[in-house]
Design a protein around this ligand. Structure first.
Ligand code: K7E
Ligand code: CUA
Length: 765
């Protein structure tokens, strides 16, 4: 069924389509010329060569950044710093149809709080799923600080699958952090509130009625979902619990959460009291919470928890009695708590202290075993003396925040917010190794897999809160600045500034690109948000529109360049449900679907089925179309929703349309024919490359396709004849007809290909 590509090409050439080489008036610039013209140093060139990823090549690492107040996840490559994707999480993402088709609306609806839609989020800390303390590239978790929620993203398709709402908090910051086998996803409260969170208690009862806590969300890896019923929380005093980290190796089974404002100060400058910031940093130390989560889980399983809002909470008295929670003083207003890759140490930075403190897990355990405590906190929790728990303290600089680890043993990097620097230091020996300035006011920093048991070193990204003068000005609100730093040598080297123009990305995790194994298509008929077969899925040829009462339900399909059905007829007031399956198997052949003025949009990747639903509440004519430029006839991927007045009767039945094509139209038509042939050739190549003759259905489809192509000869003769007479209108229409035959053949070929792929075709002998 080879069509005459050669003939088509010669037709094009005859029509004057030959492409002459463009003459150049300029001599090529040398590297030296460019350096001079752009004022680049040798150092710049070295940095550029370390980040430049030529076309066709790929990045070594893939980073997942929180989108901050924009509530989604930003995916980019390292070292190129090229953005690859935005993943809609807590916020609708129109281009993905996220929040505009029924399945994704259902995911967002899981994030409703007390029945209220919350369509933004303050994403802070993404976490990669781990197996034995190593990134496994399967799932990503991220928290919403403003509205205490956590989301699960499946990295097979980079889509958000689940949102869970914390049943007892009003905010949460210390999440998401996973235990070494992703048994639990940890989430700590931030601002203390009453745990029975629908009740009011005055601030005067802060000490008695307000509480903090840490939640351990149980992750069911087989289902790829959090299981709220098997999740639990540990009640904590109303200290503002902040970041957390899970123990690993020797400290597996424990988790660590720091806190600020253990003064339990409640502001009220309006009543003449000193403000929060004064009252919340009066003491020299706050508390690191050391929690035996394995024991807590056992106690919960044994029925020792209290149900609050239907959720298991291990109350303070039980934790104290059973030795679940211990406190260790930590320097003033700490921010980061980061367990070393070997699980032996925990580093804590006090924002208002110049040191980073390295705690020894072994020493903490020895103090617990010996029952050696310096005091009890006001709630009765045992407090370990700081000296009994410290391994060392290192003076780093002003405003230390977060720490990440290198592949090199004992090497850590800590962000210095006030100094706008990154400090490289040795946590075993307690000494500073190097410092580099960043631009400006760094929050988190991130090394490759740097919070796992097996950091990969190589690069560090500084997440700077301010960019000030780094980029072309775009008004008072500046982009964030992610700076890439080479950490492979002793001296750190700044390589690249990447502006991030969305929200305030707080934290990023980066994984070796080779560990990610996303799919390129769904099994035909998949609901991507549930991973199950979609009830509205149909195969080619099974398309139908069903009317029941005043409900019109469409079971349609999409394939280049056709939406089935081409018209949807309804009456005012009808409920319209449109199910669409993308029949494409080809990589990257996504179709979109939009209906004018009804606020529906879907992104339908190969194999996916989606449903959009709305009420046709106004009579009129509403075009619908494909929103992805999917083929040469993308614009023709269209149809009409006809919303008739009640009881409307037709008076005219013949169609009227007018055409008058030109020579240019004819040439465009010819090009389309050539392009389509390339698609046909590749499909034929695949089919004839496998044992398609063993599949009678495929043989039938191939016969159909050959039939279609067989009709081309006649149409072409007519097109040529018309063109010879410069009758461009008929030449164009007949060429269009050639193309129609091609499309039908291609459609059949693609269906045959799908069939073969789904039915285990093997390479032809
Ligand atoms: Cu901004 Cu981890 Cu929320 Cu620090 S966090 S900077
Ligand atoms: Cu499908 Cu454009």
């Amino acid at each position: 069924m080879k069509f005459r590509t050669k003939q088509a090409a010669s037709m094009l050439l005859a029509a004057g389509f030959g492409c002459a080489a463009v003459g150049s008036a300029y001599a090529a610039e040398s590297l030296q010329d460019v350096m001079k013209r752009r004022n680049l140093s040798q150092q710049d060139l070295l940095a550029a060569s370390k980040t430049y990823v030529p076309t066709g090549k790929r990045d070594e690492f893939v980073a997942f950044s929180s989108g901050g107040q924009s509530g989604q996840v930003i995916v980019y490559g390292i070292p190129s710093m090229r953005i690859l994707k935005y993943i809609g999480v807590f916020t609708p993402e129109p281009w993905q149809g996220y929040g505009f088709d029924e399945s994704s609306k259902a995911v967002l609806a899981q994030g409703k709080i007390d029945g209220k839609d919350i369509t933004w989020g303050d994403t802070h800390h993404p976490a990669m799923s781990e197996t034995q303390g190593q990134y496994d590239g399967q799932f990503l978790f991220i928290n919403d600080k403003a509205n205490p929620r956590l989301a699960v993203i499946d990295l097979r398709d980079f889509e958000t699958k689940q949102i869970v709402v914390n049943p007892i908090y009003k905010s949460e910051h210390g999440g998401a952090f996973v235990t070494p086998n992703t048994e639990y996803v940890i989430e700590a409260a931030q601002y203390a509130t009453p745990l029975e969170n629908k009740k009011f208690y005055p601030l005067e009862e802060f000490n008695e009625k307000y509480r903090g806590g840490v939640t351990y969300w149980k992750f069911d890896r087989k289902e790829g979902r959090i299981d709220p019923k098997k999740s639990f929380s540990v009640e904590l005093p109303p200290y503002s619990q902040d970041l957390s980290d899970a123990g690993k190796g020797p400290s597996d089974g424990w988790s660590f959460t720091n806190s600020f404002c253990t003064e339990r100060y409640v502001g009220g400058i309006e009543k003449g009291r000193p403000p929060y910031e004064a009252g919340c940093s009066a003491k020299d130390t706050d508390y690191m919470h050391v929690i035996n989560w394995k024991k807590a889980a056992e106690l919960v399983a044994a029925g020792r928890a209290k149900k609050i809002n239907g959720h298991d909470v291990l109350m303070l008295d039980t934790s104290i009695k059973e030795g679940v929670v211990f406190l260790v003083p930590e320097p003033k207003s700490p921010h980061g708590v980061d367990v070393t890759p070997d699980g032996k140490f925990i580093t804590v930075s006090g924002k208002l202290d110049t040191h980073v403190s390295v705690y020894s897990f072994e020493k903490i355990q020895a103090a617990i075993k010996a029952g050696k405590f310096e005091s009890k906190d006001p709630y009765g929790l045992p407090v370990i003396n700081m000296k009994d728990a410290l391994h060392t303290q290192v003076q780093l600089g002003l405003g230390p925040l977060h720490t990440q680890y290198d592949a090199k043993p004992c090497v850590a990097y800590t962000s210095l917010y006030v100094d706008s620097q990154v400090a490289k230091w040795n946590y075993c020996e307690g000494k500073v190794l190097d410092k580099i300035s960043v631009h400006y006011n760094i929050g988190h920093l991130m090394t490759m897999e740097g919070d796992s048991m097996d950091p990969k070193g190589r690069y560090l990204v500084a997440l700077n809160k301010l960019s000030i003068d780094r980029f072309a000005p775009v008004g008072p609100l500046h982009p964030q600045n992610h700076q890439l730093i080479d950490i492979s040598d002793d001296k750190m080297q700044l390589l690249y500034d990447m502006p991030l123009p969305l929200g305030e990305p707080h934290y990023v995790v980066a994984i070796e690109a080779s560990k990610l194994k996303p799919g390129v298509r769904y099994k035909v008929g998949t609901d991507s948000r549930t991973d199950k077969k979609h009830a509205g899925a149909v195969r080619a040829g099974e398309e139908k529109t069903v009317r029941t009462g005043n409900k019109v339900e469409v079971f349609g399909t999409l394939i280049r360049s056709h939406i089935t059905p081409e018209t949807i007829e309804a009456e005012v007031g009808d409920e319209i449900i449109i199910n669409l399956t993308n029949l494409e198997r080809a990589q990257d052949e996504t179709h979109g679907f939009a209906v004018s003025t009804y606020n529906v949009h879907a992104s339908i990747e190969p194999g996916k089925t989606v449903q959009v639903k709305f009420k046709a509440d106004k009579e009129g004519v509403y075009p619908y179309y494909c929103t992805e430029f999917c083929s040469a006839l993308h614009l023709e991927m269209q149809g009409y929703l006809l919303v008739k007045p009640k009881g409307w009767k037709p008076t005219k039945t013949a169609m009227s349309a007018g055409t008058n094509y030109s020579e240019a139209d004819y040439k465009a038509q010819l090009k389309k024919v050539v392009d389509t042939q390339a698609v046909i050739d590749s499909v034929v190549g695949y089919i004839t490359g496998v044992n398609y003759k063993d599949f009678p259905d495929v043989v039938a489809m191939m016969d159909d396709a050959v039939d279609q192509l067989g009709k081309i000869k006649d149409a072409k003769a007519k097109a040529d004849e018309a063109a010879g007479k410069k009758d461009w209108n008929n030449a164009t229409l007949w060429t269009e007809q050639i193309w129609q035959y091609q499309v039908k053949a291609a459609d059949l070929g693609l269906r045959a290909k799908t069939y073969l792929e789904q039915n285990g075709a093997k390479k032809a002998k």
